[in-house]
Design a protein around this ligand. Structure first.
Ligand SMILES: [Zn+2]
Ligand SMILES: [Zn+2]
Length: 203
C-alpha cells in the first residue's frame, strides 16, 4: 500500500510506501518553528504549543512523481538539517540530514493529509515527542519515545547499508552524495529574524 504525498496546490506529487516501519513524531524544536515561519505558514503548520508533526521514513520509500522542479531546500544554519519544501505553494515536504548515508527523512504531515487514508491510519499514532523544552507555555509537554526513535535510526541505517537501500533517495544524487537542489543557507540575521518573530508572536 502507498500513501499519497502532495503539496497544497497539487503541482508536486508523490507517494510513500507505508508498510515499512515508520515513526510518527511531534517536534517542538525552535528550528521546526522557524522553518514554518520561513514558509509564512506557522499559524497553520504549528499546533497551539508550537509543535509540528513529522513522519520519519526511509528515503527509498518516498517517490516524487510530478512537479519536482518546485522542490526547494533551505538550511537554517551551515550545519542545519536540509529542510525541503514545494516552492509553488510553500508546503513543507520534510527534513533530511545533509548526507544520504544517514538514510532518513522526516516528512511533514502537511504534505500527507491531502486525501484518504488519513495520516493516523497510514502511519499510526504519535510514538515520539521531542524537544519539548521548545514548546510554548507551561507546563511543557512530556517527551517520550526517544529510545524507540534512536533504535529505529540505528536499525534503518544498518539495513540500508546492507541492502544498498540508501542508493534510492529522491532528495540526493547518491553517487556524489549531493542534494538534488542546492540548499540556500540562511544567514544568521535571516535566521534571527525568524526567531524574533516568534518572540513577537509569543508576546
Ligand atoms: Zn504546490
Ligand atoms: Zn524540530
Amino acid at each position: 500500500m502507498t500513501h499519497p504525498l502532495r503539496c497544497n496546490c497539487g503541482a508536486l506529487t508523490g507517494t510513500v510506501e507505508r508498510e515499512r516501519l515508520t515513526n510518527h513524531s511531534i517536534c517542538y524544536c525552535k528550528d521546526c518553528q522557524a522553518f514554518a515561519r520561513f514558509l509564512g505558514r506557522d499559524a497553520e503548520l504549528l499546533d497551539a504549543r508550537g509543535g509540528c508533526e513529522n513522519i520519519q521514513v526511509l528515503p527509498k520509500d518516498v517517490q516524487l512523481n510530478e512537479g519536482t522542479q518546485h522542490l526547494a531546500c533551505i538550511r537554517l544554519s551551515e550545519n542545519g538539517l536540509l529542510r525541503w519544501y514545494a516552492a509553488c505553494c510553500n508546503t513543507p515536504i520534510g527534513n533530511t540530514p545533509a548526507t544520504s548515508k544517514l538514510p532518513f527523512v522526516g516528512l511533514s504531515r502537511a504534505c500527507l493529509e491531502s486525501s484518504a487514508p488519513t495520516v493516523a491510519k497510514s502511519f499510526g499514532p504519535v510514538r515520539f515527542c521531542a524537544f519539548t523544552s521548545g514548546a510554548r507555555g507551561e507546563p511543557k509537554p512530556k517527551s517520550f519515545g526517544v529510545l524507540g526513535f534512536a533504535l529505529w535510526l540505528v536499525r534503518n541505517r544498518l539495513r540500508a547499508r546492507f541492502t544498498g537501500g540508501f542508493r534510492n533517495n529522491p532528495f540526493f544524487d547518491t553517487t556524489s552524495d549531493r542534494p538534488v537542489v542546492d540548499p540556500k543557507v540562511l544567514s544568521p540575521p535571516e535566521r534571527d529574524k525568524l526567531r524574533e518573530r516568534e518572540a513577537i508572536n509569543a508576546a
